[in-house]
Design a protein around this ligand. Structure first.
Ligand SMILES: O=C(O)C1=C[C@@H](OP(=O)(O)O)[C@@H](O)[C@H](O)C1
Ligand SMILES: C=C(OP(=O)(O)O)C(=O)O
Length: 440
Protein backbone atom coordinates (compact mmCIF):
# COMPACT_ATOMS: atom_id res chain seq x y z
CA UNK A 1 0.00 0.00 0.00
CA UNK A 2 1.45 3.39 -0.90
CA UNK A 3 0.48 6.72 0.66
CA UNK A 4 -0.52 7.28 4.26
CA UNK A 5 -1.32 4.14 6.21
CA UNK A 6 -3.50 3.75 9.30
CA UNK A 7 -3.87 0.68 11.48
CA UNK A 8 -6.96 -0.68 13.14
CA UNK A 9 -5.97 -2.65 16.21
CA UNK A 10 -8.48 -4.62 18.27
CA UNK A 11 -8.48 -7.52 20.62
CA UNK A 12 -7.82 -10.74 18.75
CA UNK A 13 -7.01 -13.61 20.99
CA UNK A 14 -3.96 -15.05 22.68
CA UNK A 15 -0.57 -14.21 21.20
CA UNK A 16 1.05 -17.54 20.37
CA UNK A 17 3.72 -19.22 18.30
CA UNK A 18 7.28 -18.34 17.36
CA UNK A 19 8.57 -15.05 16.04
CA UNK A 20 11.91 -13.95 14.59
CA UNK A 21 11.98 -10.15 14.54
CA UNK A 22 14.26 -8.30 12.07
CA UNK A 23 17.91 -7.44 12.66
CA UNK A 24 19.15 -4.92 15.17
CA UNK A 25 19.05 -1.33 13.91
CA UNK A 26 21.99 -0.04 15.96
CA UNK A 27 24.21 -2.94 14.88
CA UNK A 28 23.15 -2.70 11.22
CA UNK A 29 24.07 1.02 10.98
CA UNK A 30 27.48 0.39 12.52
CA UNK A 31 28.21 -2.73 10.45
CA UNK A 32 27.72 -0.78 7.20
CA UNK A 33 29.80 2.17 8.40
CA UNK A 34 32.83 0.17 9.48
CA UNK A 35 32.65 -2.33 6.61
CA UNK A 36 32.62 0.60 4.16
CA UNK A 37 35.86 1.98 5.61
CA UNK A 38 37.61 -1.37 6.06
CA UNK A 39 40.22 -2.97 3.83
CA UNK A 40 38.58 -5.87 2.00
CA UNK A 41 35.14 -7.38 1.60
CA UNK A 42 32.77 -7.82 4.56
CA UNK A 43 29.59 -9.85 4.60
CA UNK A 44 26.68 -8.78 6.80
CA UNK A 45 23.95 -11.31 7.64
CA UNK A 46 20.70 -10.30 9.30
CA UNK A 47 20.97 -6.67 8.13
CA UNK A 48 17.84 -4.68 8.99
CA UNK A 49 15.94 -3.86 5.79
CA UNK A 50 14.54 -0.73 7.40
CA UNK A 51 14.46 2.75 5.93
CA UNK A 52 16.92 4.06 8.56
CA UNK A 53 19.62 1.48 7.87
CA UNK A 54 19.06 1.52 4.12
CA UNK A 55 19.64 5.28 4.22
CA UNK A 56 23.02 4.63 5.86
CA UNK A 57 23.91 2.08 3.18
CA UNK A 58 22.83 4.54 0.47
CA UNK A 59 25.01 7.23 2.06
CA UNK A 60 28.11 5.07 1.61
CA UNK A 61 27.07 3.97 -1.88
CA UNK A 62 26.93 7.70 -2.67
CA UNK A 63 30.53 7.99 -1.44
CA UNK A 64 31.75 5.32 -3.85
CA UNK A 65 31.37 2.15 -1.76
CA UNK A 66 30.06 -0.89 -3.63
CA UNK A 67 27.40 -2.62 -1.54
CA UNK A 68 25.76 -5.74 -2.99
CA UNK A 69 22.48 -7.26 -1.81
CA UNK A 70 22.63 -10.95 -2.77
CA UNK A 71 19.38 -11.56 -0.92
CA UNK A 72 17.23 -9.61 1.54
CA UNK A 73 18.99 -8.99 4.88
CA UNK A 74 22.40 -9.72 3.39
CA UNK A 75 24.95 -7.15 2.33
CA UNK A 76 28.36 -7.59 0.82
CA UNK A 77 30.37 -4.44 1.38
CA UNK A 78 33.48 -3.77 -0.67
CA UNK A 79 35.42 -1.61 1.77
CA UNK A 80 37.43 1.30 0.42
CA UNK A 81 39.81 1.73 3.38
CA UNK A 82 40.13 4.58 5.87
CA UNK A 83 41.00 7.15 3.17
CA UNK A 84 39.02 5.77 0.25
CA UNK A 85 35.62 7.50 0.50
CA UNK A 86 34.73 9.75 -2.45
CA UNK A 87 33.11 13.17 -1.98
CA UNK A 88 29.31 12.76 -2.17
CA UNK A 89 27.79 14.61 -5.15
CA UNK A 90 24.66 15.58 -3.29
CA UNK A 91 23.53 16.09 0.28
CA UNK A 92 23.44 12.82 2.23
CA UNK A 93 19.86 11.99 3.23
CA UNK A 94 19.74 10.28 6.64
CA UNK A 95 15.95 9.99 6.45
CA UNK A 96 14.44 9.56 9.91
CA UNK A 97 17.59 8.25 11.59
CA UNK A 98 19.20 10.09 14.47
CA UNK A 99 21.76 7.29 14.71
CA UNK A 100 22.65 7.60 11.04
CA UNK A 101 23.11 11.36 11.16
CA UNK A 102 25.03 11.62 14.42
CA UNK A 103 27.42 8.74 13.70
CA UNK A 104 27.99 9.90 10.13
CA UNK A 105 28.81 13.39 11.40
CA UNK A 106 31.61 11.88 13.50
CA UNK A 107 32.97 9.86 10.59
CA UNK A 108 32.75 12.69 8.06
CA UNK A 109 34.29 15.34 10.33
CA UNK A 110 37.77 13.98 9.54
CA UNK A 111 37.34 13.48 5.76
CA UNK A 112 39.17 15.59 3.18
CA UNK A 113 35.88 16.61 1.47
CA UNK A 114 32.89 18.76 2.45
CA UNK A 115 29.56 17.05 3.13
CA UNK A 116 26.00 17.99 4.03
CA UNK A 117 23.70 15.77 6.12
CA UNK A 118 19.95 16.24 5.79
CA UNK A 119 16.98 14.44 7.31
CA UNK A 120 13.21 14.23 7.14
CA UNK A 121 10.85 16.54 9.02
CA UNK A 122 11.25 14.69 12.33
CA UNK A 123 15.04 14.41 12.14
CA UNK A 124 15.25 18.09 11.18
CA UNK A 125 13.83 18.92 14.63
CA UNK A 126 16.30 16.82 16.62
CA UNK A 127 19.17 18.37 18.60
CA UNK A 128 22.65 18.09 17.13
CA UNK A 129 24.54 20.51 19.40
CA UNK A 130 25.35 17.51 21.61
CA UNK A 131 27.67 16.18 18.86
CA UNK A 132 28.63 19.47 17.19
CA UNK A 133 30.10 21.00 20.33
CA UNK A 134 32.54 18.14 21.13
CA UNK A 135 33.41 17.54 17.46
CA UNK A 136 34.28 21.23 17.09
CA UNK A 137 36.48 20.96 20.16
CA UNK A 138 38.31 18.14 18.33
CA UNK A 139 38.93 20.54 15.44
CA UNK A 140 35.92 19.88 13.18
CA UNK A 141 34.00 22.60 11.39
CA UNK A 142 30.26 21.95 11.39
CA UNK A 143 27.46 24.43 10.79
CA UNK A 144 23.83 23.77 11.71
CA UNK A 145 20.57 25.71 11.81
CA UNK A 146 20.66 27.87 14.94
CA UNK A 147 23.82 25.96 15.88
CA UNK A 148 21.72 22.90 16.69
CA UNK A 149 19.42 21.58 13.98
CA UNK A 150 19.98 19.74 10.68
CA UNK A 151 21.08 20.17 7.95
CA UNK A 152 24.66 19.70 9.15
CA UNK A 153 27.31 21.26 6.89
CA UNK A 154 30.62 19.57 7.55
CA UNK A 155 33.81 21.15 6.28
CA UNK A 156 36.42 18.74 4.89
CA UNK A 157 40.16 18.88 5.44
CA UNK A 158 40.08 19.71 9.16
CA UNK A 159 42.81 18.19 11.31
CA UNK A 160 41.20 16.51 14.30
CA UNK A 161 42.83 16.12 17.67
CA UNK A 162 41.84 13.34 20.08
CA UNK A 163 40.40 14.44 23.42
CA UNK A 164 38.62 13.29 26.54
CA UNK A 165 34.87 13.87 26.43
CA UNK A 166 32.50 13.37 29.37
CA UNK A 167 28.99 13.93 27.96
CA UNK A 168 26.36 15.29 30.34
CA UNK A 169 23.59 13.19 28.75
CA UNK A 170 23.56 9.42 28.45
CA UNK A 171 23.76 8.88 24.68
CA UNK A 172 25.38 6.10 22.69
CA UNK A 173 25.02 8.30 19.61
CA UNK A 174 27.13 11.06 21.18
CA UNK A 175 29.73 8.56 22.42
CA UNK A 176 29.85 6.92 18.99
CA UNK A 177 30.18 10.18 17.06
CA UNK A 178 33.22 11.10 19.16
CA UNK A 179 34.83 7.66 18.91
CA UNK A 180 34.30 7.55 15.13
CA UNK A 181 35.83 11.03 14.75
CA UNK A 182 38.71 9.69 16.86
CA UNK A 183 39.56 7.20 14.10
CA UNK A 184 40.82 10.11 11.98
CA UNK A 185 42.20 12.17 14.87
CA UNK A 186 45.73 12.50 16.15
CA UNK A 187 46.34 10.91 19.55
CA UNK A 188 43.92 9.43 22.04
CA UNK A 189 40.14 9.91 22.04
CA UNK A 190 38.36 8.90 25.21
CA UNK A 191 34.73 9.03 26.30
CA UNK A 192 33.65 8.73 29.94
CA UNK A 193 29.94 8.42 30.56
CA UNK A 194 27.99 9.16 33.72
CA UNK A 195 25.56 6.35 32.75
CA UNK A 196 26.84 3.51 30.56
CA UNK A 197 25.14 3.26 27.16
CA UNK A 198 25.07 0.57 24.46
CA UNK A 199 28.59 -0.43 23.43
CA UNK A 200 28.05 -1.55 19.84
CA UNK A 201 30.46 0.95 18.32
CA UNK A 202 33.19 -0.27 20.65
CA UNK A 203 32.41 -3.94 19.96
CA UNK A 204 32.17 -3.38 16.22
CA UNK A 205 35.51 -1.51 16.12
CA UNK A 206 37.08 -4.43 17.95
CA UNK A 207 35.52 -6.91 15.50
CA UNK A 208 37.07 -4.94 12.62
CA UNK A 209 40.47 -5.13 14.31
CA UNK A 210 40.80 -1.51 15.56
CA UNK A 211 42.71 -1.40 18.86
CA UNK A 212 40.25 -0.14 21.49
CA UNK A 213 39.90 -0.44 25.26
CA UNK A 214 36.45 -0.19 26.77
CA UNK A 215 34.22 -1.14 29.65
CA UNK A 216 30.82 -0.06 31.00
CA UNK A 217 30.77 3.75 30.72
CA UNK A 218 34.18 4.32 29.16
CA UNK A 219 36.06 3.79 25.89
CA UNK A 220 39.49 4.81 24.65
CA UNK A 221 41.16 4.52 21.25
CA UNK A 222 43.96 6.10 19.21
CA UNK A 223 43.63 7.40 15.67
CA UNK A 224 45.58 6.26 12.65
CA UNK A 225 44.95 2.50 12.53
CA UNK A 226 43.13 0.52 9.85
CA UNK A 227 39.93 -1.56 9.82
CA UNK A 228 40.13 -5.13 8.52
CA UNK A 229 37.06 -6.54 6.72
CA UNK A 230 35.13 -9.14 8.68
CA UNK A 231 31.80 -10.97 8.65
CA UNK A 232 29.02 -9.73 10.92
CA UNK A 233 25.88 -11.58 12.02
CA UNK A 234 23.30 -9.08 13.26
CA UNK A 235 21.10 -10.32 16.14
CA UNK A 236 17.33 -9.82 16.17
CA UNK A 237 16.56 -6.37 17.59
CA UNK A 238 15.55 -6.40 21.26
CA UNK A 239 13.70 -3.11 20.75
CA UNK A 240 11.49 -4.77 18.11
CA UNK A 241 11.06 -7.89 20.25
CA UNK A 242 9.86 -5.62 23.07
CA UNK A 243 6.44 -5.08 21.41
CA UNK A 244 5.86 -8.84 21.37
CA UNK A 245 7.17 -9.30 24.91
CA UNK A 246 4.57 -6.86 26.18
CA UNK A 247 1.77 -8.11 23.89
CA UNK A 248 2.19 -11.70 25.10
CA UNK A 249 2.51 -10.53 28.71
CA UNK A 250 -0.76 -8.60 28.73
CA UNK A 251 -3.09 -10.72 26.55
CA UNK A 252 -4.60 -13.63 28.57
CA UNK A 253 -3.74 -17.11 27.33
CA UNK A 254 -0.63 -16.01 25.45
CA UNK A 255 2.61 -17.95 25.10
CA UNK A 256 5.21 -16.81 22.58
CA UNK A 257 8.79 -17.70 21.71
CA UNK A 258 11.02 -14.91 20.37
CA UNK A 259 14.02 -16.39 18.61
CA UNK A 260 17.69 -15.27 18.60
CA UNK A 261 17.16 -11.89 20.27
CA UNK A 262 20.21 -9.73 21.07
CA UNK A 263 20.49 -9.54 24.86
CA UNK A 264 23.34 -7.06 25.31
CA UNK A 265 22.82 -5.84 28.91
CA UNK A 266 22.85 -2.20 27.78
CA UNK A 267 19.66 -2.95 25.81
CA UNK A 268 17.60 -5.22 28.01
CA UNK A 269 16.50 -2.90 30.81
CA UNK A 270 12.87 -3.60 29.85
CA UNK A 271 13.33 -7.30 30.64
CA UNK A 272 14.28 -6.44 34.22
CA UNK A 273 11.45 -3.92 34.55
CA UNK A 274 8.80 -6.28 33.16
CA UNK A 275 10.00 -8.98 35.55
CA UNK A 276 9.75 -6.52 38.45
CA UNK A 277 6.16 -5.94 37.29
CA UNK A 278 5.50 -9.69 37.48
CA UNK A 279 6.07 -10.77 33.86
CA UNK A 280 6.84 -14.40 33.06
CA UNK A 281 9.76 -14.23 30.63
CA UNK A 282 12.40 -16.95 30.47
CA UNK A 283 15.67 -16.86 28.54
CA UNK A 284 16.53 -20.16 26.91
CA UNK A 285 19.43 -21.26 24.76
CA UNK A 286 21.63 -18.30 25.59
CA UNK A 287 24.58 -18.35 23.20
CA UNK A 288 27.37 -16.21 21.81
CA UNK A 289 26.92 -14.63 18.40
CA UNK A 290 29.93 -12.72 17.17
CA UNK A 291 31.23 -11.08 20.32
CA UNK A 292 27.77 -10.53 21.81
CA UNK A 293 25.02 -12.76 23.23
CA UNK A 294 21.64 -13.81 21.88
CA UNK A 295 18.92 -15.92 23.49
CA UNK A 296 15.45 -17.22 22.79
CA UNK A 297 12.88 -15.51 25.01
CA UNK A 298 9.75 -17.40 26.06
CA UNK A 299 7.00 -15.18 27.39
CA UNK A 300 3.69 -16.20 28.93
CA UNK A 301 0.76 -14.07 29.98
CA UNK A 302 1.01 -12.79 33.56
CA UNK A 303 -0.80 -10.27 35.72
CA UNK A 304 1.42 -7.16 35.81
CA UNK A 305 1.71 -4.78 38.79
CA UNK A 306 2.56 -1.08 38.60
CA UNK A 307 6.01 -0.12 39.92
CA UNK A 308 8.29 2.89 40.35
CA UNK A 309 10.75 2.44 37.49
CA UNK A 310 14.25 2.95 38.93
CA UNK A 311 16.05 5.76 37.07
CA UNK A 312 19.18 3.62 36.86
CA UNK A 313 17.38 1.55 34.17
CA UNK A 314 16.55 4.45 31.85
CA UNK A 315 19.60 4.27 29.53
CA UNK A 316 19.27 0.49 29.17
CA UNK A 317 15.69 0.77 27.91
CA UNK A 318 15.62 4.21 26.29
CA UNK A 319 13.68 3.06 23.19
CA UNK A 320 11.30 0.83 25.17
CA UNK A 321 9.42 3.54 27.09
CA UNK A 322 6.53 3.82 24.63
CA UNK A 323 5.74 0.11 25.04
CA UNK A 324 6.39 0.32 28.78
CA UNK A 325 3.61 2.94 28.96
CA UNK A 326 1.31 0.28 27.46
CA UNK A 327 2.47 -2.38 29.95
CA UNK A 328 1.83 0.15 32.73
CA UNK A 329 -1.65 0.90 31.36
CA UNK A 330 -2.42 -2.84 31.50
CA UNK A 331 -0.95 -3.31 34.99
CA UNK A 332 -2.75 -3.24 38.34
CA UNK A 333 -1.91 -0.06 40.23
CA UNK A 334 0.37 2.87 39.53
CA UNK A 335 3.58 3.03 37.49
CA UNK A 336 5.90 6.03 37.89
CA UNK A 337 8.50 6.91 35.26
CA UNK A 338 11.11 9.61 35.95
CA UNK A 339 14.54 10.68 34.74
CA UNK A 340 13.60 10.06 31.11
CA UNK A 341 13.48 13.58 29.62
CA UNK A 342 15.55 12.35 26.62
CA UNK A 343 12.27 10.83 25.40
CA UNK A 344 11.17 14.33 24.46
CA UNK A 345 13.80 14.59 21.70
CA UNK A 346 13.31 11.28 19.91
CA UNK A 347 11.38 10.85 16.62
CA UNK A 348 8.54 12.55 18.49
CA UNK A 349 8.11 13.83 22.02
CA UNK A 350 7.41 10.33 23.31
CA UNK A 351 6.25 11.41 26.76
CA UNK A 352 3.61 13.70 25.25
CA UNK A 353 2.62 11.26 22.49
CA UNK A 354 2.12 8.33 24.88
CA UNK A 355 0.36 10.45 27.51
CA UNK A 356 -2.09 11.91 24.99
CA UNK A 357 -2.64 8.57 23.27
CA UNK A 358 -3.38 6.66 26.47
CA UNK A 359 -5.61 9.47 27.72
CA UNK A 360 -7.54 9.24 24.43
CA UNK A 361 -8.19 5.57 25.33
CA UNK A 362 -9.43 6.54 28.79
CA UNK A 363 -6.32 5.64 30.80
CA UNK A 364 -5.38 8.07 33.60
CA UNK A 365 -1.89 9.44 32.90
CA UNK A 366 -0.26 12.49 34.45
CA UNK A 367 2.52 13.90 32.29
CA UNK A 368 5.71 15.01 34.06
CA UNK A 369 8.67 16.91 32.57
CA UNK A 370 10.83 13.79 32.72
CA UNK A 371 8.29 10.97 32.71
CA UNK A 372 4.72 10.18 33.71
CA UNK A 373 2.48 8.58 36.30
CA UNK A 374 0.21 5.93 34.79
CA UNK A 375 -2.80 4.27 36.48
CA UNK A 376 -3.53 0.82 35.13
CA UNK A 377 -6.99 0.13 33.71
CA UNK A 378 -8.76 -1.17 30.63
CA UNK A 379 -8.15 0.94 27.52
CA UNK A 380 -11.24 1.84 25.56
CA UNK A 381 -11.64 2.42 21.83
CA UNK A 382 -10.24 5.60 20.33
CA UNK A 383 -8.23 7.38 17.67
CA UNK A 384 -4.50 7.82 18.10
CA UNK A 385 -1.93 10.02 16.38
CA UNK A 386 1.37 8.19 15.97
CA UNK A 387 3.10 11.57 15.56
CA UNK A 388 4.96 9.94 12.66
CA UNK A 389 6.88 7.87 15.21
CA UNK A 390 7.31 4.13 14.57
CA UNK A 391 7.51 3.18 18.25
CA UNK A 392 4.33 5.10 19.12
CA UNK A 393 2.43 3.36 16.30
CA UNK A 394 3.57 -0.15 17.33
CA UNK A 395 2.89 0.54 21.01
CA UNK A 396 -0.74 1.44 20.32
CA UNK A 397 -1.13 -1.59 18.05
CA UNK A 398 -0.28 -3.63 21.16
CA UNK A 399 -2.59 -1.54 23.37
CA UNK A 400 -5.40 -2.34 20.91
CA UNK A 401 -5.07 -6.05 21.80
CA UNK A 402 -6.52 -5.44 25.27
CA UNK A 403 -8.82 -2.51 24.43
CA UNK A 404 -12.57 -2.83 24.85
CA UNK A 405 -13.09 -1.50 21.29
CA UNK A 406 -11.10 -0.71 18.14
CA UNK A 407 -8.08 1.58 18.29
CA UNK A 408 -7.39 3.48 15.07
CA UNK A 409 -3.79 4.63 14.70
CA UNK A 410 -3.04 7.28 12.08
CA UNK A 411 0.19 7.72 10.16
CA UNK A 412 1.87 4.34 10.53
CA UNK A 413 4.05 4.24 7.40
CA UNK A 414 6.99 5.30 9.56
CA UNK A 415 7.11 1.81 11.12
CA UNK A 416 9.14 0.81 8.05
CA UNK A 417 12.07 2.80 9.45
CA UNK A 418 12.80 0.18 12.11
CA UNK A 419 10.38 -2.73 11.70
CA UNK A 420 9.19 -3.47 8.17
CA UNK A 421 6.60 -6.24 8.29
CA UNK A 422 5.50 -5.58 11.89
CA UNK A 423 1.76 -5.81 11.16
CA UNK A 424 2.11 -9.10 9.23
CA UNK A 425 4.29 -10.65 11.94
CA UNK A 426 1.87 -9.46 14.62
CA UNK A 427 -1.09 -11.00 12.77
CA UNK A 428 0.89 -14.23 12.32
CA UNK A 429 0.93 -14.77 16.07
CA UNK A 430 -2.68 -13.84 16.67
CA UNK A 431 -2.70 -10.08 17.11
CA UNK A 432 -5.49 -8.19 15.39
CA UNK A 433 -3.82 -5.36 13.42
CA UNK A 434 -5.44 -4.43 10.14
CA UNK A 435 -3.88 -2.02 7.68
CA UNK A 436 -6.05 0.63 6.04
CA UNK A 437 -5.51 3.63 3.81
CA UNK A 438 -5.28 6.79 5.91
CA UNK A 439 -7.40 9.51 4.38
CA UNK A 440 -5.93 12.12 6.75
O1 LIG B 1 23.42 4.45 19.30
C1 LIG B 1 22.35 3.99 18.89
O2 LIG B 1 22.28 3.12 17.98
C2 LIG B 1 21.09 4.47 19.51
C3 LIG B 1 21.14 5.18 20.68
C4 LIG B 1 19.96 5.74 21.35
O3 LIG B 1 19.91 7.14 21.10
P1 LIG B 1 20.66 8.21 22.04
O4 LIG B 1 22.11 8.02 21.88
O5 LIG B 1 20.20 9.54 21.51
O6 LIG B 1 20.17 7.93 23.43
C5 LIG B 1 18.67 5.10 20.85
O7 LIG B 1 17.57 5.89 21.27
C6 LIG B 1 18.65 4.96 19.35
O8 LIG B 1 17.48 4.31 18.92
C7 LIG B 1 19.81 4.15 18.85
C1 LIG C 1 15.40 6.92 18.74
C2 LIG C 1 15.43 6.01 17.78
O1 LIG C 1 16.27 6.01 16.68
P1 LIG C 1 17.16 7.17 16.07
O2 LIG C 1 17.69 8.02 17.19
O3 LIG C 1 18.25 6.47 15.31
O4 LIG C 1 16.29 7.96 15.15
C3 LIG C 1 14.56 4.82 17.85
O5 LIG C 1 14.69 3.93 16.99
O6 LIG C 1 13.70 4.72 18.76
Amino acid sequence: MTGPIAWLASSGGPVRGEVLVPGDKSVSHRAIMLAAMADGVSRIEGFLEGEDTRATAAAFAGMGVRIDTPSPSQRIVHGVGMHGLAAPRTAIDCGNAGTGMRLLAGLLAGQPFDSVLVGDESLSRRPMRRIIEPLVRMGAEIRAEAGDLPPLRIRGGCRLQGMLHAPSIASAQVKSAILLAGLHAEGITEVREAHPTRDYTERMLQAFGWPIEFGPGWARLAGGHRLAATDIVVPADFSSAAFFLVAASIVPGSELLLRSVGINPRRTGLLSILRLMGADIVETDRRGQGDDAVADLRVRHAVLRGIDVPESFVADMIDEFPILFVAAAAARGTTRIAGASELRVKESDRIAAMTQGLQALGIAVVEKPDGAVIEGGVPGPGRIESSGDHRIAMSFAVAGQIASGPVRIADCANVATSFPGFAELARGCGMNVRVAADPA
